[in-house]
Design a protein around this ligand. Structure first.
Ligand code: SAH
Length: 267
């Protein structure tokens, strides 16, 4: 059942059992919880998940891996293999889970990191916890704080609390990736506790402001919104944001407040 890893599927199989166990421990899965795994590969963490979870839905895109995974599911009867693209069928799997509490645990293909996190965080009812192996540099960007904020950090932190749990070296995988990895945990907010505003609306405004990072936030907003610069300056002052701030200086709360003001002042 030798499988040649496919670069186009982002295949770096986890071979280090201790790391697999550490991921399971990190997820603190209760026996009434269902787990969605994205990209189970050869099942390195799938079986461990099935031993502690009520049920495991494992979504795998590579057809060549399905047979091996089905064999595992034959032995561990609480595993269901879903063949397909996680970006397309995640929502359907959540619907199948119904009202049961569920979480996401996965060593994901790094090339779909932002898209899959976006899918996970915008699908309701939302996962109670999300434990993911990602590229270390991406993990670091996600946990950025004001002064060093970026669009990825904002897009995750608007939906939940995120922290980096531990690093994983390339030697823990086969084939070895060219980059360091890290496990992150996102705890999605139960209710939108940052703002009444739709996070997607905030992100669409922020996207314009982050586009030209070297420029002042006020200048970017004057270009990308319908407000003249003088009004932007007024709004920034109302939000207690320095008029010479740049996009990366704002906290998530400040982004929310700023966008609320920009919307309510719309002419
Ligand atoms: N979780 C396994 C495999 C990690 S490699 C392990 O830790 O060993 C990433 C896996 O994601 C591969 O099996 C790859 O085929 C799968 N994959 C890639 N793109 C996918 C997608 N869009 N949807 C679901 N699975 C995908």
């Amino acid at each position: 059942m030798a499988h040649i890893a496919q670069r186009r599927f982002g295949q770096n199989f986890l071979t280090d059992k201790n790391i697999a166990k550490k991921i399971i421990k990190q997820a603190e899965i209760a026996d009434n919880e269902t787990v969605i795994e994205i990209g189970p590969g050869q099942g390195a963490i799938t079986v461990l998940l099935s031993e502690v979870a009520k049920k495991v839905f494992a979504i795998e895109l590579d057809r060549n891996l399905i047979q091996g995974l089905e064999a595992l599911a034959g032995v561990h009867r609480n595993i269901s293999i879903i063949p397909g693209d996680a970006l397309k069928c995640y929502e359907e799997v959540v619907r199948r889970i119904g009202r049961d509490p569920y979480l996401v645990v996965a060593n994901i293909p790094y090339n779909i990191t932002s898209a899959i996190i976006r899918t996970i965080l915008t699908t309701t009812p939302v996962a109670s916890r999300v434990v993911l192996m990602v590229q270390k540099e991406v993990a670091q960007r996600m946990v950025s704080k004001p002064g060093d904020m970026n669009l990825l950090a904002l897009s995750v932190q608007l939906y939940g609390d995120v922290r980096k749990c531990f690093d994983v070296a390339p030697g823990s995988f086969s084939p070895q990736p060219n980059v360091m990895s890290a496990v992150i945990e996102i705890t999605p907010h139960k209710k939108n506790n940052i703002s009444e505003m739709d996070p997607e609306k905030i992100l669409s405004i922020a996207r314009g402001a982050f586009a030209k990072k070297r420029k002042l936030l006020a200048s970017n907003l004057a270009e990308t919104t319908s407000h003249p610069k003088s009004e932007i300056v007024e709004i920034l002052t109302r939000c207690a944001i320095p008029t010479n701030a740049r996009a990366q200086n704002l906290s998530v709360k400040q982004w929310a407040q700023l966008c609320e003001e920009l919307e309510s002042d719309r002419t």
